[in-house]
Design a protein around this ligand. Structure first.
Ligand SMILES: *Cc1c(COP(=O)(O)O)cnc(C)c1O
Length: 350
């Protein structure tokens, strides 16, 4: 009954096999391997972006920080949601790699920046001349840290605001695939057609050992990014092992299949939670992440039975047994229906 995170899960066996296949003979290092040539072509095809510049890095934090560093000057401020991973979970790596750009936090329900609030926030900057921060890029997380997914209209509205002010738009797509299969649109529609300039295209949370692609739809940033990646010690010398993971991920739509599987597990869990009189689901399932309130006694029972997930504030110990505490549940591609059903049965026992 593992709902801790999708990075607590296994690597897909096809990816392990691809690593073994790649482990033959010699290959050109630092991203010049044969497999990477094919990966670049495949990503350009999938995103309908023949000019796109494509890179692989092992960490999402690196993908986000290095794209933002390419888009922001040290005196700029980056606009993101209050709960954005770049704000809450990257130990100031974006500020570090940009050489000191700030983050300006924008409000909005369900993990999404409100377009009007974004407009106000960007509009409020560059009003104090040399004394204040200058307007920098916006960063949108898709799927969000709340497990919700921006609709194409919502993405378009946020990117329109960025365009209005002449700043660029980054997408943190650590869970890109989960959002995409939920919307049922094309990768191009969810990115450059909506106005996104660069995307951190996640693989690690969806079955890879550790690879995220960086995609710039306008290749004019490519060389700067390459220099920044090297300087940040993120240019992997035995790069073929990153390429091999990404190639297998994209072959035969494995990435979409795995995302459908984790999304399905989350919607099964959500249905069960909705049927429980004790549970209050924050949002209907849209990706592979859910938040729900349950009374402390339910959490205690579920933990005793071996369920694993994070509490979002509050503690299992002591206190009122009926006090509602928020849980975060994340499913991964390998989540089994049997375990979800076992979890829901324990919940019914409370
Ligand atoms: C996991 C995650 C990342 C990347 O995290 P790393 O640990 O650096 O790979 C980035 N953004 C979001 C929204 C995430 O959930």
């Amino acid at each position: 009954m593992q709902f801790t995170s999708d990075n607590a899960g296994r690597v897909h066996p096809k990816v392990m096999e691809a690593l073994l296949r790649a482990n033959e003979g010699y290959a050109s290092p630092y991203g010049t391997d044969e497999i990477m040539i094919r990966v670049t072509a495949k990503i350009r095809e999938i995103f309908e972006a023949p000019q796109a510049a494509v890179y692989l890095v092992p960490l999402g934090t690196a993908a986000n920080s290095l794209i933002l560093a390419t888009f922001a000057q040290p005196w700029d401020t980056i606009f993101c949601h209050q709960t954005a991973h770049i704000q809450e979970d990257e130990c100031n790596a974006p500020e570090f790699y940009t050489g000191g750009a700030k983050l300006t936090l924008v409000e909005g329900a369900n993990g999404k920046m409100d377009a009007e609030a974004l407009k106000d926030a960007i509009g409020a900057e560059e009003s104090r001349g040399v004394h204040g921060p200058q307007r920098g890029p916006i960063s949108i997380t898709q799927a969000t840290e709340k497990g919700t997914v921006h609709s194409l209209e919502e993405l378009q509205a946020l990117c329109d605001v960025a365009k209005h002010f002449g700043v660029r738009a980054h997408m943190d797509g650590a869970r890109f695939s989960n959002a995409l299969v939920h919307l049922g649109c094309s990768p191009a529609e969810m990115t450059w057609k909506a106005g996104i300039d660069a995307v951190s295209f996640g693989g690690t949370k969806n079955g890879l050992m550790g690879v995220e692609a960086v995609i710039f739809f306008d290749p004019s940033s490519a060389w700067e990014f390459e220099l920044r990646r090297k300087r940040a010690a993120q240019l992997i010398s035995k790069h073929r092992y990153l390429s091999a993971q990404m190639e297998t991920y994209l072959a035969d739509d494995l990435w979409l299949e795995l995302a459908r599987s984790s999304n399905l597990a989350a919607s099964t869990l959500a249905r069960g939670l909705e049927q429980s009189p004790m549970a209050r689901l924050h949002n209907p399932p849209q990706s592979n992440m859910l938040f729900a309130d349950l009374p402390r006694k339910a959490h205690q029972h579920l933990h005793e039975k071996g369920a694993s997930y994070y509490l979002w504030g509050g503690s299992l110990e002591g206190g009122d047994p009926d006090e509602p505490l928020t849980a975060r549940f994340v499913t991964d591609w390998a989540a089994s229906d049997e375990n979800t059903q076992a979890f829901l049965a324990h919940l019914r026992d409370v």
